[in-house]
Ligand binder design. Structure first.
Ligand SMILES: Nc1ncnc2c1ncn2[C@@H]1O[C@H](COP(=O)(O)OP(=O)(O)OP(=O)(O)O)[C@@H](O)[C@H]1O
Length: 320
């Protein structure tokens, strides 16, 4: 769907991006992860030609983008900017309607689509006539997302989409983001410097340093098969929290005891990660959850059983 082949870009003496190549599959969420200045934003902006590469090819849906009109290219690619980037003197409806206006959509169609997005993104109904400064940071972020989604583009580029938010708002928006059907249908390239965020949202992570790709792989690959010391050290200090995000109850299934199921236990899908399971156990009165997997098997699990299964899983993983 999106392919970069040996793409490079320098600014003066700074080699911002140095011969990078990767493919993003259809409906995949690839997260570009790395410390400040490693070339993530430059990479992202080359995909919609806000920055032109010095060398290499970028292909979207089989077509080299350098042969396309940049304006038309950008209309097919949603873009969520760093620091939200709403127009301060446009109200919320006008901010969301920028591209529909360029495309000369009729008023009714624009109106309906905006109403739909307002609902899906849990924005208050009365916000359409307000200006960006009258909304909270989290709400502004949702408006930025609505603007990027309004024409339902197949590709979405997101630059630190949750960067401007406090931790609590960020994790609730991340959870909503993951659950949004409209986003599941999109091919997404997202930039972040936040390891937890990358692990929470990515199908695959592209770890970058000094304009180069260090490793591309699933969160599990990065955690358990780092390619070098840089990749290993990048996750140091956060390993346990990342394992809680990456390992699912299904992974632990064989280590969970087959207890009697009783009534009143909170149900949870085995696709949930350990983090989520712990949160759920914590919020139940009897300290147990009832986990169901795709084979329609069920197990009742408490905190101790969960941690035991997790330790056994890790022990096996290290001794494979
Ligand atoms: N327009 C520009 N002019 C000069 N140098 C630039 C320009 N844009 C980026 N750079 C430099 O290129 C390098 C990569 O920048 P880039 O913004 O892609 O990094 P990043 O990983 O996205 O960092 P951040 O998370 O801080 O945005 C940096 O050294 C930066 O200073």
């Amino acid at each position: 769907m999106i392919e970069l082949k040996s793409v490079s870009k320098s600014f003066g003496n700074t080699q911002a991006v140095d011969q990078i190549s990767f493919k993003v599959n259809e409906k995949e969420n690839l997260v570009l992860l790395g410390t400040s200045g490693c070339g993530k934003t430059t990479t992202l902006k080359m995909i919609n030609r806000l920055i032109e590469p010095d060398a290499g090819e970028i292909i979207i849906n089989g077509k080299d983008i350098t042969n396309q009109n940049p304006e038309i290219l950008r209309r097919g690619i949603g873009y969520v900017m760093q620091n939200i980037g709403l127009f301060p003197h446009y109200n919320i409806a006008e901010n969301i309607a920028v591209v529909p206006k360029l495309l000369k959509w009729d008023k009714e169609k624009t109106h309906q689509r905006i109403a739909e997005l307002i609902e899906k993104l849990h924005l208050p109904n009365n916000c359409l006539k307000m200006f960006p400064h009258e909304l909270s940071g989290g709400q502004q972020q949702r408006v930025g997302l609505a603007r990027a989604l309004v024409t339902d583009p197949a590709v979405l580029l997101m630059d630190e989409p949750f960067g401007a938010l406090d931790n609590v708002t960020r994790s609730s928006i991340q959870a909503e983001f993951k659950a949004l059907e409209e986003l599941k249908r999109k091919t997404i390239v997202m930039v972040t410097h936040d390891v937890q965020e990358a692990f929470e949202l990515a199908d695959r992570i592209c770890l970058m340093d000094k304009g180069e790709i260090i490793q591309i792989g699933t969160p599990k690959d990065l955690l358990y098969n780092p390619t070098n010391d840089f990749a290993r050290k990048f996750l140091d200090g956060q390993r346990l929290a990342l394992e809680f995000k990456v390992i699912t109850l299904q992974d632990l299934w064989g280590f969970l005891p087959a207890d009697q199921i009783s009534n009143g236990e909170k149900p949870l899908d085995a696709s949930s990660n350990i983090w989520n399971a712990m949160e759920n156990i914590r919020s139940t009165s009897n300290g147990r959850i009832r986990v169901s997997n795709t084979n329609k098997e069920q197990k009742s699990v408490d905190f101790q059983q969960l941690t035991q299964a997790f330790n056994q899983y890790k022990y096996n993983h290290h001794h494979e």
